[in-house]
Design a protein around this ligand. Structure first.
Ligand SMILES: *Cc1c(COP(=O)(O)O)cnc(C)c1O
Length: 470
């Protein structure tokens, strides 16, 4: 592709993107296709000769687009959102055109310094105290892995990386059972072992860890000669928005010298609104906090901020500093590759900078407040219907419900069939979860382009399909 063709195709891609976004409401959110159909439509062997871009692009439109689940669809109410505000897409286009590796200050000074600045903008926007610094990771899963590795190294007096875990005291990490599966995987990958992730019982509407039980577990482990290393708390768990009492947990962490990581991957975005910060009162006591601007806030995936109270212990755990990476003559510069597991790094700060400037915090707050209000409104409307019940009350913009037709013998089976029927219909998209062992349907409003009318459509579709099945 020569530069003129690059110009031409970039323009065509931009036109395509704008048309695509404008057409989303007319498309099914999730395609109704059988597994394997797209795979079979792609040539089994790679081409030897070059093909014209027109042909490649026509295949993209014919074979790929109809098989996409449209995450930017305004009636995507499944999982959590992965918003890519148009302005962040434009920034990503520029990043992709420059395609810089941003591992060291000197491999991209602007990327490094903008990252430091935008992370601090977000610190202020979330109301975190000065003194927290941070880094943009690819995902919350990576941030949590880094935090678990830091817990491990701190507890082992920095000997784990060097000597391995054989012969060391058994490390223990504590969390509730409401945390994301990325916590389990971090424990596996860090070599700590699932058996050493101690699940603390939860209580109350927000399924918070019982802090007395947490403390008792730590004391019992210490007395048994095990090595408590850290606590992972959550604000806005994936299933029903489970949220720990951060001040209570932080007090326990402090008392026993444990490292505290808080996973607020989804709910963190809402903390730009001061009225929601009660959900993480005491957050200044955390050592590490992760939140994903690539979820609710609108910064195109991937963009996950990890705030750190003491980056020293984090960098001490992760930095290698081989000779060929040494940057000479720049004392005090930050090399963000020392803050994460991968060496290579994308320029993730640009889209956040564009997003925050183009929308302003005021407009982002208004969007989040609307989502929360619309979600609460829908929960209230469903609660008012005799054949629906709310299983978990709204935590910000997330709640779960169940349909209870008089005729159904097996509620779980009925609700699984219902969620499939809703998704096959295509007008909206939802996912299910299990609450206290029983199937519930999750609902969250978080799409950048969603309107109150889209939520009205959801109400109509849910009732229509549920009642058609009963
Ligand atoms: C989405 C989510 C994660 C995982 O985020 P990734 O960035 O995809 O790794 C972890 N924890 C919570 C609470 C989440 O909502």
């Amino acid at each position: 592709m020569d530069n003129e063709e690059f110009r031409d195709w970039s323009r065509r891609a931009a036109d395509w993107g704008a048309d695509y976004r404008a057409s989303l409401r007319d498309r099914p959110v999730r395609p109704a296709i059988a597994p394997g159909k797209i795979f079979r439509s792609i040539e089994a062997s790679p081409p030897e000769a070059s093909e014209p871009m027109d042909t490649i692009f026509a295949d993209f439109e014919a074979k790929i687009v109809p098989g996409m689940t449209h995450w930017q669809h305004p009636r995507f109410f499944a999982y959590f959102p992965a918003n890519a505000a148009p302005v962040s897409v434009v920034a990503e286009y520029l990043v992709s055109a420059m395609a810089a590796q941003c591992m060291l200050w000197q491999t991209s000074p602007a990327a490094t310094e903008l990252e430091t600045r935008t992370v601090d903008w977000m610190r202020q926007a979330l109301g975190l105290p000065e003194g927290f610094s941070g880094v943009i990771q690819d995902s919350a899963s990576s941030a949590t892995l880094n935090a678990v590795l830091t817990m491990r190294e701190r507890a082992l007096d920095w000997q784990g990386n060097k000597k391995g875990l054989a012969g060391q005291a058994r490390l223990r990490i504590y969390s509730s059972d409401q945390v994301h599966t990325s916590i389990d995987r971090a424990i596996w990958v860090a070599g700590i072992g699932e058996d050493n992730l101690v699940r603390i019982p939860v209580a109350g509407r927000f399924r918070a860890m019982d802090t007395a039980a947490l403390e008792a577990a730590i004391v019992a482990d210490r007395n048994a000669g095990l090595l408590p290393a850290g606590i992972i708390a959550c604000v806005g768990g994936t299933s029903t928005g489970g949220t720990d009492d951060i001040s209570g947990v932080a007090a326990v962490a402090r008392r026993y010298g444990l490292y505290l990581h808080v996973d607020a991957a989804w709910a963190g975005s809402a903390m730009i609104c001061p009225e929601y910060r009660h959900f993480w009162t005491g957050i200044e006591g955390a050592d590490s906090i992760v939140f994903n601007p690539h979820k609710w806030l609108g910064a195109q995936f991937d963009c996950s901020i990890q705030f750190l109270r003491d980056p020293e212990s984090h960098v001490r755990t992760l930095a290698i500093k081989p000779d060929y990476l040494k940057t000479h003559g720049h004392d005090g510069v930050i090399n963000y590759s020392e803050w994460s597991v991968p060496l290579g790094r994308r320029f993730r700060a640009l889209k956040l900078w564009f997003l925050l400037r183009a929308h302003g915090l005021e407009n982002l707050r208004a969007m989040i407040r609307n989502h929360v209000a619309w979600s609460e409104g829908l929960a209230a409307r469903l609660a008012g219907e005799a054949d629906f019940e709310i299983v978990s009350q709204p935590m910000l913009s997330l709640f779960s419900f169940r349909h209870k037709p008089a005729s159904s013998a097996d509620d779980d089976e009925h609700n699984l069939r219902l969620v499939n029927a809703i998704n096959d219909d295509g007008r909206i998209y939802l996912t299910q979860t299990r609450v206290d062992g029983r199937v519930a349907i999750r609902f969250q409003v978080g799409q950048f382009e969603a309107t109150a009318e889209d939520v009205d459509v959801a109400f109509a579709v849910i009732r229509e399909i549920a009642r058609g099945m009963a």
